[in-house]
Ligand binder design. Structure first.
Ligand code: ADP
Length: 178
């Protein structure tokens, strides 16, 4: 079995920037004993960022270095991984994948608030319109472990957190080590 060595599940929280991955991951890490792995932060801390890309106004990721650095963490289990791409990671790392979704107008306002503009803003809105990350997730993992969650309001966020907490508890019961 893929997860035989883990005593707690690994969860991937993905979606377009601004859909609420960090906020939800933080809340989940507070309400469960799972640990939040903010991949963008980890990439910076582990010096996995290469030269600056002028077009996208961000630095290029050294994917191999990042993944090597994450391997041991993921093998331990009990991690909530928060990242804006679903195709980067090995399939075996995750027991469940949540793709957060937000209505375009709401997402637009959130990204504007964050200071995004021009091509970066447009590209991210397009990414959400074309459900790019959802498609990526379905191509990268078994469809039955990929779940789409709406994240327009704080109410929806609270409901989502509750459902995931219940899922974590059930996973532990189903995967108890004897
Ligand atoms: P991401 O990690 O996906 O880029 P964040 O968690 O940083 O997104 O959220 C972007 C902004 O939207 C933050 O200001 C956050 O407080 C807000 N936000 C996130 N989720 C929701 C939600 N479900 N309802 C309302 N505001 C939200």
């Amino acid at each position: 079995m893929l997860n035989s060595q883990r005593n707690a599940p690994n969860i991937l929280i993905t979606g377009t920037p601004g859909v609420g991955k960090s906020l939800m991951s933080r809340m989940l890490s507070e309400k469960t004993d799972l640990k939040w792995v903010d991949v963008s932060k980890l990439a910076t801390e582990n010096a996995c960022l290469d030269e600056f890309d002028e077009e996208y106004q961000c630095r290029v990721l050294d994917e191999e270095k990042l993944l090597n650095g994450m391997e041991n963490l993921m093998n331990e289990g009990g991690k909530i991984v928060d990242y804006h791409s679903a195709e980067l990671f090995p399939e075996r790392w995750f027991d469940i994948v949540f793709v957060l979704r937000t209505d375009n107008t709401i997402l637009y306002d959130r990204l504007k608030e964050r200071g995004y503009c021009g091509k970066k803003l447009e590209d991210n809105i397009d990414c959400e319109i074309f459900q790019t990350i959802l498609e990526e997730a379905k191509e990268s993992y078994r469809e039955e472990i990929v779940h789409e969650l709406m994240s327009n309001s704080l109410e929806q966020l609270a409901d989502n957190v509750l459902v995931i907490c219940q899922w974590v508890e059930q996973w532990k019961i189903d995967n108890q080590q004897n």
